[in-house]
Design a protein around this ligand. Structure first.
Ligand SMILES: Nc1ncnc2c1ncn2[C@@H]1O[C@H](COP(=O)(O)OP(=O)(O)OP(=O)(O)O)[C@@H](O)[C@H]1O
Length: 243
């Protein structure tokens, strides 16, 4: 396997009890790629994300991250290398923003407080928030600001891969646009591989270097935004992109 591949699914099947959600699912995500996944509700998008960071295991098949079969890897180390951002991310309410972000690097280099402080101040800058917000509690921030703190926290461990499950679903349209531009800038600046789930086709086409369209556990099209827009492969994709 070429080492420019960050994530690879090889003949992956996932069933919950008797029900098969993914059947012989294959994909390759290149290092530094920004993959957006869009599809019908219940089509298996979140299942794909949870398989990548080992929160759930495949029924059959192999998943490689960084060329390694993740079923044979230390799960704690795997997850440390993969940031996870979800909608309305569970920030710790009794901790300041600073403590929330420092939680991860604080664990990693607890002997070097100064280094942690510098890392937190850089991260708050990366996600476009003011330094003075570091001493506030999550309840003292807007939804969009909390979402930025969630991203900063996911980036704190300096992950190679960032998984984002509808991260901007709960914010207003203007904040959403700002967060989209912010994540594009972060992607460019850090070169991190991003897998991003959305319900919004405009968002999928704007952010993705490639877009995966899923329907009922299978892939309808996995292509560049241009090809999805101009050459829809199936009626399902056609329906999705026509406005
Ligand atoms: N732990 C579980 N046990 C049983 N069924 C599950 C479990 N988790 C998910 N499912 C089912 O698997 C299917 C795929 O779920 P998944 O969360 O991957 O879909 P999704 O595409 O992310 O959906 P949505 O867009 O609605 O969030 C759904 O039908 C869901 O009900």
């Amino acid at each position: 396997m070429g080492n420019d591949i960050a994530i690879r699914f090889e003949h992956v099947t996932k069933s919950y009890r008797e029900r098969e959600i993914l059947n012989d699912f294959n994909m390759e995500i290149r290092r530094g790629e920004f993959l957006t996944i869009i599809g019908s509700s219940g089509s298996g998008k979140t299942t794909v994300l949870k398989l990548i960071n080992g929160l759930i295991s495949p029924t059959f098949g192999i998943i490689y991250v960084d060329g390694k079969d993740i079923s044979k890897e230390d799960q704690t180390l795997l997850r440390r290398n993969i940031g996870y951002v979800i909608q309305g991310i569970g920030l710790f309410p009794h901790m300041t923003v600073r403590k929330n972000i420092a939680y991860v690097p604080g664990l990693l280099n607890h002997r070097d407080k100064e280094k942690t402080r510098r890392a937190v101040e850089r991260l708050i800058d990366v996600v476009g928030l003011e330094q003075e917000m570091l001493d506030r509690y999550p309840s003292e921030l807007s939804g969009g600001q909390r979402q930025r703190v969630g991203i900063a926290r996911a980036l704190a461990a300096n992950p190679d891969i960032l998984l984002m499950d509808e991260p901007f679903g709960a914010v207003d349209e203007i904040t959403r646009k700002m967060l989209q531009n912010e994540i594009l800038r972060i992607h460019e600046q850090l070169g991190v591989t991003i897998v991003f789930i959305t319900h919004d086709i405009k968002e999928a086409l704007k952010l993705g270097t490639r877009v995966m369209v899923m329907n009922k556990g299978h892939v309808e099209q996995f292509d560049t935004p241009d090809n999805i827009r101009n050459h829809p492969a199936t009626p399902f994709v056609q329906e999705l992109v026509q406005d």
